[in-house]
Design a protein. Structure first.
Length: 223
């Protein structure tokens, strides 16, 4: 990721990330890495001593010294073999600035996207000693942009209860996106299913899972 500073301040690059297990973090280069006016810097995600890991969802965070910071609207999936670079520019003053996505520099070789089983909905049965909620990790197969969907309102699943998410009723998840079930364990350790699917609108296929165990040692399996 690259940041060019067109503002009347000193900026730095930070990376907001989310590991595949859902844990969030912020990465910043060590040593001197100020970006003065009209200068730019690049962070190579492969050179973070393992802080940023393959598959992480990463977002540009522009730190403005003694000013107002800015977080990009775009997020990306880190792929170690990619040569693509997300470039940004920032301008304005310390307290009134704007961050702009300038686009992707570089083009990876054409790759054949993996084929995943098609699915239309998910069901989660709770047999654990905790309360759990369903989340869906979904990614655009073309851009790699990834997000996490969670139903609004009350959607706790108590022990011996179950809930279903019909993906066709979720506007945030588009037909053809790559989807995975994630179980959010209240006051415990979250866990993702090992299987990945392609959402097909109108599909009658339901991926059913069962979660068990305790808050810190949950287990999830397809049934």
């Amino acid at each position: 990721m690259t940041l060019k500073n067109n503002g009347n301040f000193v900026a730095r690059i930070k990376i907001k990330g989310t590991h595949t297990n859902g844990k969030t973090y912020t990465y910043e280069q060590s040593g001197y890495h100020d970006i003065c006016k009209y200068a730019e810097r690049t962070v190579d995600l492969a050179d973070t001593n393992g802080k940023v890991q393959p598959g992480d969802v990463v977002t540009m965070f522009a730190f403005v010294k003694l000013g107002k910071d800015k977080t990009a609207k775009e997020s990306f999936v880190y792929a170690p073999d990619s040569i693509q670079n997300a470039k940004y520019s920032i301008k304005g003053t310390t307290l009134s600035n704007s961050l702009k996505f300038e686009g992707i520099i570089g083009k990876d070789p054409v790759q054949v996207a993996p084929k995943f089983p098609e699915v239309g909905s998910f069901k989660l049965i709770n047999k654990g000693n905790f309360v759990v909620r369903m989340q869906i990790i979904h990614a655009d197969p073309n851009s790699g942009k990834t997000a996490i969907y969670e139903p609004s309102g009350y959607h706790d699943i108590c022990k011996y209860a179950e809930r279903t998410i019909d993906l066709s009723k979720v506007s945030e998840i588009k037909n053809g996106e790559i989807v995975t079930l994630r179980a959010f364990v209240v006051l415990g350790k979250d866990i993702e299913a090992s299987e990945t699917y392609t959402f097909k609108k109108g599909s009658g296929v339901m991926a059913t899972y069962e979660i068990s165990g305790n808050t810190l040692t949950p287990k999830i399996k397809k049934v």
